[in-house]
Design a protein around this ligand. Structure first.
Ligand code: UGA
Length: 461
């Protein structure tokens, strides 16, 4: 892997404008969280973009400059790029043939966990490349951005070599976080370019010319390394979270305080404080399924021992959910029957409406199954949660969720929940029990308002 060091320019500074610069005709296949943001950002970077998806509802929203999901900054960006204010342009289509004259096409479709297995389902990725092989009119670079098991790119390159030798493949994983997707795409920490030729590398450098000029580091790799960088990064982040949650378990047994512990070890910059927030653990459409798919792939490659620790990472994560259910039952006096629980938060993290593998929903569903009357509230994710788990009660009104509750569970740290006035909460609830599943509340004012405050990994907090 060759590492081109960043220039002196800051990666967070506004991107240099180059009106009339090198405009690339870019296609984007799949307009979900990743693809819609990527497509809009490519137009913002000055390119002529065509976005393709089969979902007409999503397309209709995008065409009108509306974001089909909640992502801070995306509505403003879409308004700019569809309103002709950006240097580039964007159009949307449900016909993949409209991508046929693109020079570079990014594939951004999902790779969900296969039902009943740990492995990732790469059917959508495979289908996207096959349909591009059928429609592309001339030489082009097809670029995979989806998170895939290592070896997928080499397999797809063979398919292209057979079916459309004019098409070249590159793998360029995406590291964006939901809630920060626009800035993570326009000013990423790094670009990883999995390429086999200088031509492919220079095509990608043309596409990303502005952030590269602003100092974003570029790392050039082979396909396998580029694929592995992504899964390794997510496995590391998941491990960091489970490490601190394991420390939380030990603190619970020994009478320590995991928050102080995290602050203290985080001051060592070899460790760092980021991703050491103990609580109900990680969820979402990426970390949980990516560590499982990574283990499955290592097994296929005969390297399963290398990743057996990820099984423990997964188990620690799941145990935190069970721990909160136990704490809530205890707070109810030993049984959920006849008790009302207010769950603050449904999304897997704040500033997102994504409820995939959300710890909040999983805890709410467990309490419900054990007999509690559970009301879940969230500022953005209620509609998505309702669609997937219809048997819980939902409201967007925080006061309504709190009214008459015996126990309050804070499970997603939206600022509006962190900033709740405990005296106001006490005027609505029946009980005086609060469980801080994210270690974000200030215990003193809650206690002053009469609440019993409990957190994870802080038995004496
Ligand atoms: C994650 C990675 O952070 C991105 O770099 C990656 O591109 C993305 O997956 C992906 O593969 O597409 P994301 O799923 O948006 O991004 O969310 P994160 O910010 O990583 O948070 C994941 C989960 O960990 C959330 O449930 C969050 O609440 C939890 N978390 C995070 C903790 O429990 N403690 C922490 O200290 C940090």
């Amino acid at each position: 892997m060759t590492n081109t060091p960043p220039s002196a320019a800051s990666t967070t500074s506004p991107l240099p404008h180059s009106p009339g610069g090198d405009v690339v005709k870019v296609g984007v296949v799949g307009l979900g969280y990743l693809g819609a943001v990527h497509a809009a950002c490519m137009a913002e970077l000055g390119h002529e973009v065509v976005g393709f998806d089969i979902d007409e509802r999503k397309l209709a929203a995008l065409q009108q400059g509306r974001a089909p999901f909640f992502e801070p900054g995306l509505p403003e960006l879409l308004a700019r790029v569809t309103g002709g204010e950006a240097d580039g342009s964007i159009t949307f289509t449900t016909d993949v043939a409209d991508l046929k004259s693109c020079e570079v096409v990014f594939v951004c479709v999902g790779t969900p966990q296969r039902k009943g297995e740990l492995a990732a389902d790469t059917t959508y990725v495979q289908a996207a490349f096959e349909s591009l092989a059928d429609v592309m009119a001339g030489p082009a670079l097809l670029v995979g951005k989806s998170t895939v098991p290592v070896g997928t790119a080499a397999r797809l390159a063979d398919v292209l070599a057979d079916r459309a030798p004019d098409l070249e493949l590159a793998w360029n994983p995406e590291f964006l976080r939901e809630g920060h997707a626009v800035t993570d795409t326009l000013t990423p920490d790094r670009f990883v370019l999995g390429v086999l030729s200088e031509r492919a590398e220079s095509q990608l450098r043309r596409v990303y010319a502005r952030p590269i000029a602003a100092g974003t580091p570029v790392l050039v790799a082979d396909y396998a390394t580029a694929e592995l960088v992504k899964t390794a990064a997510n496995a590391f982040l998941a491990t960091k979270i489970s490490f601190i949650n394991a420390m939380a378990e030990v603190c619970e047994a020994a009478g320590g305080d995991v928050k102080v512990l995290a602050d203290a070890i985080g001051h060592d910059d070899r460790i760092g404080r980021k991703f050491l927030n103990a609580g109900v653990g990680f969820g979402g459409g990426c970390l949980p399924k990516d560590i499982r798919a990574f283990m499955a792939r290592a097994g296929e490659l005969g390297a399963d021992q290398a990743l057996t620790f990820l099984r423990e990472v997964d188990s620690i994560n799941m145990r935190r959910r069970a721990k909160v259910v136990d704490l809530a039952r205890e707070a109810c006096g030993g049984s959920f029957i006849g008790r009302k629980i207010a769950v603050l938060g449904a999304a897997f993290k704040p500033h997102s409406d994504d409820v995939r593998d959300s710890p909040a929903i999983s805890i709410a569903a467990q309490a419900r199954l054990q007999g509690a009357d559970v009301v879940v509230t969230d500022p953005e994710a209620v509609a998505n949660a309702q669609r997937l788990w219809g048997d819980l009660t939902y409201t967007e009104d925080t006061d309504e969720a709190l009214r008459g509750a015996d126990v309050v569970l804070l499970l997603t740290e939206w600022p509006q929940y962190v900033g709740l006035d405990p005296t106001h909460v006490a005027s609505l609830t029946r009980g005086r029990q609060v469980i801080d599943g994210r270690n974000v509340l200030d215990a003193a004012p809650w206690r002053a308002a009469g609440f019993t405050y409990r957190a994870l990994g802080r038995p004496n907090a």
